[in-house]
Design a protein around this ligand. Structure first.
Ligand SMILES: [Zn+2]
Length: 107
């Protein structure tokens, strides 16, 4: 069976899954919030350095906005007094830029 080049083209044009990430930095650690589009909805994951590694926080949501909201709420349960500082990403980032090290300003 020959491969239809049009099928192949359609396959390679598939978009990357929708991902939103947010980062909170606080004294003694940080938290990474990630919401990803999955089959049948959206899945949120909260990774936090002050949580035990074997206790990841997962949330399932029907939309990207709902997933972001749920995760942010979970983070506030863990760190109710957190105030975003310069190390935080105050807004949800549309791609993996959050994982890059801050480059700072060059003179
Ligand atoms: Zn923050």
């Amino acid at each position: 069976m020959a491969i239809d080049p049009n099928d192949l083209k359609a396959f390679t044009k598939l978009p990357f899954p929708s991902v939103r990430t947010r980062k909170h930095v606080f004294e003694g650690g940080y938290a990474i919030l990630t919401v990803m589009q999955v089959r049948g909805g959206f899945e949120g994951n909260l990774g936090c350095t002050i949580l035990e590694m074997n206790k990841p926080v997962f949330e399932h949501a029907g939309s990207m906005g709902e997933g972001c909201e749920k995760l942010e709420r979970r983070f506030r349960e863990i760190m109710p007094d957190h105030q975003c500082g310069s190390g935080c990403f105050g807004d949800w980032q549309p791609d993996s830029s959050i994982f890059k090290e801050p480059t700072g300003r060059t003179q």
